[in-house]
Structures are given as structure tokens and as C-alpha cells.
Design a binder for this molecule. Structure first.
Ligand SMILES: Nc1nc2c(c(=O)[nH]1)N[C@H]1C(S)=C(S)[C@@H](COP(=O)(O)OP(=O)(O)OC[C@H]3O[C@@H](n4cnc5c(N)ncnc54)[C@H](O)[C@@H]3O)O[C@H]1N2
Ligand code: MOO
Length: 456
């Protein structure tokens, strides 16, 4: 948890935007404002061996301590030679003076000769070019030329000669020292989510331990008198709480530490006490429900009042926004002390999509990620006409069909688009993003789709 006290209020950020309208916030503006507002909250607290660092955020630059490759070496199995020894026209025949395998120390090439060399083996001193074995004719002890691909190499080369045609390029098939990574260069910049490729880069530098940030602690509350934990029986008017498990799984899936803070009734005193006392355990608080301003929607009111915890006054801040987004219109943003609070809408699809499309960039920044990854997008064609009015961004659940005859996958709306119905998201392949200024979509129009598989 941060101990910083200089974190600005969201109100101070908004004060710089005279045209900001909390009742009609464009999605991109909401996402950027929230990401601007929050500060990184994680500390570099562990050195992890590579295998455990996958998916964690790199806390410091990894600076190369080795040139890669460490020496000039062959990119192909064949023969190393001096390009200057080749005739400009016609064939050149050169005796083969020796052989270097990958892992051998570098040899020295005598003038006017060639050197058998394998991929990855260090270039002999004096050689500057490698000719692939497929492009030479080999002769041993005056026997007929043989096909080098067909015959295993015995390692001894009595009076071996090679003949090769003109037209070889100087320096061909040679990997230069440091051409991949140079000593002193930033091999991996801080603030990235470590991928399998990054772990390979670190390993290639001989690095075992990587400095990573501790995971962002994301606490999740659900609110609403109607909710019952799954596993418990339902009374009339009650439903099972599906948002908390969904959001906890989403947070975990994004690499955060998901902290289940349980359920809260629509009771201001209980909400206040629970929210205030939770901030010791988390870096950021998510709640669902009570964001839209109905009679039992208390979150904004609760966050507008000063709070106390363990005898300490905690400054609070509360904003209620309506986004130009469907689903996902209402959003409460607040803070308790130094902890940001994101009050996501209660409708299950709205809660899920608000997480992904609105607050994810802010969470990534808090987690120490310097260049938040945008959601992946693919192009598709609308498989049917879609009703849409300009004025708000719509997120449409779609299935994708791939037909050989089509240049792009075809997107069809997947079942109900109601923000209360989670099952159609579970069935969807992706979320089509219909931009704010978009009008009706005609069949065959291009659509941007965020694929869900692999993301969730
Ligand atoms: N007069 C208005 N009514 C509504 C508006 C509005 O702007 N003016 N916005 C609508 C939109 S859009 C949404 S989204 C919802 C969001 O409302 P709240 O965030 O206040 O959420 P609740 O009212 O508490 O619940 C809405 C809905 O979701 C169900 N729910 C809540 N929590 C859970 C949970 N953990 N698991 C499963 N389902 C949950 C709840 O039972 C309600 O059915 O407001 C619209 N109304
Ligand atoms: O935004 Mo509400 O998000 O439609 O369901």
C-alpha cells in the first residue's frame, strides 16, 4: 500500500476540464482520466527466479551485461571463408583446412582456404562469409563429388576441397557479435508484464533472478440486499451474487491479487464501516451495485461523507458519472484515504465490461505497468444489420464465424444484449465495439471486435 500523501484528488483533475460533463462522459475520456488520476501502488519487493516471474511486472530495467551473440558465428551449416579468396566469375575451389562445431573455441582460417563450420559455431579468425553446404560441391581424396546432405560428417577431412559458384555476398550467413543485444543496452524495460519471450531474453543474458513488483491488491465487495452467496438457498426476491466471483476471477486473470471482501447490505452505516476498514488490506477497492442512484444506491452518499478508521480521519472523495456507454453507464469513483474506489454497476454484464473497457487501464497503471496493454481488437464483418443510434458507445456480444470465402470473420449478435444477462457473454466469442458516433450498422459493414477467448 502506498504511503504517499501527495496524490491529487480527481476533482483537481476535473477542474482543469471546463467542458467535462459527469452525466455524459465519453468512454475514452473516462478511461484516460482514471488512468491519469491513479498512481502506481506497488513496490518492488521480490526477486523471482525466471520460472516464477511469468506474468509479473518487471520493476527495474534489465540492462544487458553480455553481447548477444557473444561472437561472430555461422547462421548456416557450411563453409566459412574469406570473400576476397573467391573468383569474381566462375567457380572457385578451395581446400578445407579444418572444422568448428557450435561450442568449440574460434579457430584461425589460413589464407586461400575454407573452413567447415556448423550453425552457431564461432567464425574462424580471418573468415568473413559462410556458404551453405547445399551450395558447394565437396570432393574428398579425389573421389567423385558427393551430396553433403546425404552423408554424415565424420569430422575428418583428408584433402577435402569445395567448389562453389560466383555470386556469394560478402558477410552472408554470418551472425555478428551483439547484433541482437549489446552490452549496456536495456534488454527489458521496467514496467512490462513478463512474457515467455522476456524470460528467454533474461536467460540468454545469464540472469536468473528478476526484480518484480508485488501484485496489485484488488479488493472486491458486492453490495445489495437482494444478494445471496451461491451455495445458500434463495428466498423470494433474492438472487445469487455472480458479480463478485466474476470480478475476482477477472482480477486474478489480469495478474492482480484478488481479495474477496464479501457482501454488504444496503445500509449506510455498515457500508461505511466495511469500506473504511478494508483499505488496510488493499491497494484499490472495487464494488458492484448501488452505482446508479436509485433509492438503495448508497455508494456515492457513503463515499461523500468523511470516514474514520481506528481513530484516524480518512479523507474521502465521491463522483457519480454516467458514461456514454452501454452496457456500463453508471460509474461511481471515489477514494478513501489514499485508496481509489471504483463503484461498478450492478448489472452483471455492465460490471464485467466496465472492468475491461473503463477501469482496466487505471488498474494496470497502479500495478506498475508503464504502457498499459490495450484490449486486442480484430476486424470482422457484421453478419446482419444492427440498430444503433449515435451518441454512446455500444458493446455488443457477438459470435464469430470463419468462412473460407470471406476476407474477415463474420460477427453475429450473440443472444440477448441485456446488461442483466451474463450467459450470452459466456457464449460470445467477442465484444463488438460500436463507436459513439456510429449510426445503424448495415450487414457486411466492418466492425472492431475484442476477442474474449484468451482475454478472460
Ligand atoms: N433511473 C435509473 N435507473 C437505472 C439507471 C439509470 O441511469 N437511471 N441505470 C441503469 C443501468 S444502465 C444500470 S447498469 C443499473 C446499475 O445499477 P446499480 O449499479 O445501482 O446496481 P443495482 O441497482 O444495485 O443492481 C442492478 C441490477 O444488478 C443486479 N446485481 C447487483 N449486484 C449483483 C451481483 N453481485 N450479482 C448479480 N447481480 C447483481 C441487481 O439485482 C439488479 O438487478 O441501473 C439501471 N437503472
Ligand atoms: O449500463 Mo447498464 O450498464 O445498461 O446495464
Amino acid at each position: 500500500m502506498s504511503t504517499s500523501t501527495d496524490w491529487p484528488s480527481l476533482a483537481s483533475l476535473l477542474a482543469r476540464l471546463p467542458d467535462f460533463n459527469p452525466d455524459a462522459v465519453p468512454v475514452a475520456q473516462a478511461r484516460e482520466l482514471l488512468a491519469d488520476w491513479v498512481a502506481p501502488r506497488v513496490q518492488a519487493r521480490s526477486m523471482l527466479v525466471q520460472a516464477e516471474a511469468l506474468g509479473r511486472v518487471l520493476a527495474r530495467d534489465v540492462v544487458a551485461r553480455l553481447d548477444l551473440p557473444p561472437c561472430d558465428n555461422a547462421a548456416m551449416d557450411g563453409y566459412a571463408l574469406r570473400h576476397a579468396d573467391l573468383k569474381p566469375e566462375g567457380d572457385t575451389t578451395l581446400p578445407v583446412a579444418g572444422r568448428t562445431l557450435a561450442g568449440d573455441p574460434p579457430a584461425t582460417l589460413p589464407p586461400g582456404q575454407a573452413w567447415r563450420i556448423m550453425t552457431g559455431a564461432p567464425m574462424p579468425a580471418g573468415a568473413d562469409t559462410v556458404v551453405m553446404q547445399e551450395h558447394v560441391q565437396r570432393r574428398t581424396n579425389d573421389t567423385a563429388p558427393h551430396d553433403t546432405r546425404a552423408q554424415p560428417d565424420t569430422g575428418t577431412h583428408p584433402q577435402e576441397t569445395i567448389t562453389l559458384p560466383a555470386g556469394q555476398k560478402p558477410g552472408q550467413n554470418v551472425r555478428r557479435r551483439g547484433e541482437d543485444i549489446r552490452t549496456g543496452q536495456t534488454a527489458l524495460p521496467a514496467g512490462r508484464i513478463l512474457s515467455p519471450m522476456d524470460l528467454g531474453v533474461a536467460a540468454s543474458q545469464g540472469i536468473v533472478d528478476l526484480p518484480v513488483f508485488g501484485p496489485l491488491k484488488v479488493g472486491v465487495f458486492s453490495t445489495g440486499n437482494e444478494l445471496v452467496q451461491s451455495g445458500q438457498p434463495l428466498a423470494a426476491g433474492q438472487i445469487h451474487d455472480s458479480n463478485r466471483p466474476t470480478l475476482l476471477a477477472l482480477a486474478r486473470n489480469r495478474g492482480f491479487e484478488a481479495i474477496d471482501l464479501g457482501w454488504l447490505p444496503d445500509d449506510p452505516a455498515i457500508l461505511t464501516k466495511a469500506l473504511a476498514s478494508s483499505i488496510d488490506q488493499v491497494d484499490v477497492l472495487l464494488t458492484t451495485g448501488g452505482a446508479a442512484g436509485g433509492d438503495a444506491d448508497l455508494l456515492w452518499h457513503v463515499l461523500s461523507q468523511p470516514m474514520h478508521h481506528q481513530g484516524m480521519a480518512l479523507p474521502t472523495e465521491a463522483h457519480a458519472w454516467k458514461l456514454k456507454l452501454r452496457p456500463g453507464r453508471p460509474l461511481v469513483i471515489g477514494r478513501i484515504g489514499q485508496t481509489p474506489v471504483f463503484g461498478l454497476p450492478g448489472n452483471p454484464v455492465a460490471a464485467l465490461l466496465s472492468f475491461l473497457f473503463v477501469i482496466d487501464a487505471a488498474l494496470q497503471k497502479m500495478a506498475g505497468i508503464t504502457a498499459p496493454r490495450p484490449l486486442p481488437r480484430i476486424r470482422a464483418r457484421a453478419g446482419t444489420a444492427i440498430r444503433k443510434r449515435p451518441g454512446r458507445q455500444e458493446l455488443l456480444r457477438v459470435t464469430l464465424c470463419y468462412h473460407e470465402s470471406d476476407d474477415l470473420p463474420v460477427a453475429m449478435p450473440a443472444g440477448s444484449q441485456s446488461s442483466a444477462q451474463l450467459r450470452s457473454v459466456a457464449e460470445a466469442d467477442g465484444i463488438a465495439v460500436l463507436p459513439e458516433d456510429q449510426g445503424p450498422v448495415a450487414e457486411g459493414d466492418r466492425l472492431d471486435v475484442v476477442p474474449l477467448h484468451g482475454l478472460l
